[in-house]
Ligand binder design. Structure first.
Ligand code: EPU
Length: 302
């Protein structure tokens, strides 16, 4: 969607919002799939409520993009604009065992920055691509840990109240790849409390996780990480693998040969290819195991 409302266009510079017209989401998502729209880069968190009032007032649909690493976007001219927090330094600071981190900060950099300052706990998240905001929203986790365990406070734009609020940990629930945030809430910053640990020890944990990930996941291919959540007590990857579906493809969308819950774009996969692959694998698992797999990947395909 190309923004054309003169009132909105005139207000953007005052709000410190940069418009990048004709942005391809294929270039901003780890799957490398997605159409074209205007991207609005937000430099000041405080501008968000006014920006959203303006967009709503003019009936301009919008979506909020984090790191684009767990996302499948439709092709063509997109019917909404995309908002994103601009990444700005410094994006993290420490205060004793607390880390104050901007939602736009890279998750991996956050883990290593904390590690170098003898703060551990998040070793499992090394190698998970994306932003801290995206990790919060999904309660990202791996190798027995999840980010939610370390969250003490979250600053966010609450869509229902149309204002910026701070939520304490006891007002947020973090479950397996699920949180109590509303779908249209926008994460802005987080305060984490991390256990003290010597850097050497944390580094050892990071190396082990990196090695496990490298040996079991297709890290050098375009993917959105795991497509499905694991069903209670089971493994979606193992079930898809047991059905002999590694390598199964629709166009250039393909079940990874390395990890069957990763679907990779091996060339010019379209959104429809990837959606069809997801639907077919879902159906095959349901037919064989009677299990309804739930998507972990977020779909912007309507
Ligand atoms: N397995 C297979 N074939 C496969 C994939 C896995 O047989 O193609 C088997 C493995 O051998 C293992 C079991 O299934 O016995 C579990 O596999 P793995 O350890 O790779 O973990 P997973 O359950 O498939 C989860 C998370 C990953 C996270 C890893 C490591 C989900 C949906 N996935 O994968 O997270 O990195 O554990 O902790 O919870 C993500 O969320 O995007 C993601 C990649």
């Amino acid at each position: 969607m190309k923004l054309s409302d003169p009132r909105i266009l005139a207000a953007l510079p005052e709000l410190g919002v940069e418009r990048i017209g004709g942005t391809s989401l294929a270039e901003r998502t780890s799957l490398g799939i997605g159409g074209i729209t205007d991207l609005l880069l937000i430099r000041r968190h405080s501008a968000l409520p006014d920006l959203i009032v303006l967009l709503r007032g003019a009936s301009v649909a919008y979506k909020f993009l984090g790191g684009g690493t767990n996302l499948l976007v439709r092709d063509g001219e997109l019917p909404w604009v995309v908002l994103q927090l601009a990444h700005q330094e410094p994006d993290m600071r420490l205060e004793g065992n607390y880390a104050h981190v901007d939602a736009a900060a890279d998750l991996g950099r956050t883990v290593t920055f904390c590690a170098k300052n003898d703060l551990g706990g998040m070793e499992g998240l090394i190698g998970v691509p994306g932003t801290v905001g995206g990790a919060l929203r999904m309660n990202a986790g791996a190798y027995g840990m999840q980010i939610g365990s370390y969250v003490r406070r979250v600053e966010l734009y609450r869509a229902a109240e149309a204002r910026i609020e701070t939520l304490r940990q006891n007002h947020i629930s973090f479950e397996y790849r699920h949180t109590s945030f509303a779908p249209d809430d926008i994460m802005l910053a987080v305060k984490l409390e991390l256990p003290s640990k010597p850097y050497r020890e944390i580094l050892q944990g990071i190396r082990v996780c990196n090695e496990k990930r490298r040996s079991s996941q297709p890290l050098n291919q375009k993917s959105a990480g795991c497509i499905f959540k694991n069903p209670p007590g089971g493994s979606a990857g193992r079930m898809i693998d047991e059905l002999g579906l590694k390598g199964f493809s629709v166009g250039d969308a393909r079940v990874s040969d390395r990890h069957a819950n990763f679907f990779v774009n091996v060339g010019r996969a379209t959104s429809a290819d990837m959606l069809s692959l997801i639907a077919q694998i879902h159906e095959r698992v349901h037919a064989a195991y009677g299990v309804e797999l739930e998507n972990e990947v977020i779909l912007w395909t309507e």
